[in-house]
Design a protein around this ligand. Sequence first.
Ligand SMILES: Cc1ncc(COP(=O)(O)O)c(C=O)c1O
Length: 390
Amino acid sequence: MHLSTKSIHAGDSLKRVSDVIPPINISTTFSYSSNPDELVAIGDLEGTIAGSSQYIYSRENHPNAAIVEKTIESITGAHAITYNSGLGAFNGLITLVNPKTLVIGQAYHGCHGIADIWERNYGLKKLDIDCSDEEFDKLVKPGDLVHLETPVNPYGVNLEIAKYAKRAHAKGAILSVDATFAPPPLMDPFKFGADIVMHSATKFFGGHSDLLAGILLTKSLETKKKLLSDRLVLGTNIGNLESALLVRSLRTFELRIMRQSKSAEFIVKYLNENKSKFADLDIIYHGSLQTDAYIKEQMPLGQSPVFAIELKSEDAAKRLPSKLKLFHHATSLGGAESLIEWRALTDAHISRRLLRVSIGLEDPRDLLADLVGGLGGDDDLVGKIAELSL
Ligand SMILES: Cc1ncc(COP(=O)(O)O)c(C=O)c1O
């Protein structure tokens, strides 16, 4: 089966009723067998109840979460563990690996926030991902964690996974990749050496800005079992309602991702080729503008639907969102609706001249015309955009 078929049918065998769309299950608890001979005391079971095939309690598992995991496993070819948010997933990851040193660079500020808690509580050491070889060799020990985010937030620019994998593995460290900005089929981090892949499923997997969820992917069944058993007691499983929304979202997964990626590339190409026409536009950041040899291999089908622009002044950046009609001025990304965000509102460490743009499912010509108008393009320039072919 191909990706779009899997994303609709991979969970079919788990359906419990004849409804074409699996119903929302709100029950937190499930009746045990009415046959006493089928009841087994937990002390007589191997391991914990996590991952058991029967539903017992929804903090462990529930019907739509099982469909979500089965579907994502089919799409990615890896074991999938879902969480109640992307940060819930990162928390599960760091708790499992329990590193003494975390090697991390530009990455979602919430992941840094969790690392800061670990620094405070357990004496975790943080090391910059682009530190010198000498520092890396001295400080990184087997079992430590290298956490790479690519494409990196908020720029939508790629970093070479294979390079970081080689460096991590040479010291016996584990490489995790936050691939939120490039969901399948755009990128498969396992191909380039990732040990664990993380997604904020709130973004592209969810795709409708109406659910919070996270995913960890692993090729190791043993790791999956450990993550499931930790998740059970950390209380970080995906919620019942959210999992039903995510089943809905997966049905259109490939269509959305490919369209959003193509639209972003179309818009970035135009802005880059016509940059001199916009007095305020200083820098455009996006994977489609990178020329490194590894890019085509790592992102063979297209680039992230997210890019960033830096304007020439803080004031211009702050005002641009209010000039646009089709972009909501809001944080987050990956939804059907295009978003723009003056990043200084949520990230204290980013240039105040920077705006992050998440391209949705609208016609890219309409989005481009809106952006061009906002950037000061005259009516003639805006009018011509409607005639562009895609
Ligand atoms: C790259 C990246 N990783 C992780 C997260 C955290 O995900 P969540 O908001 O689902 O907890 C985000 C959220 O914006 C993100 O952009």
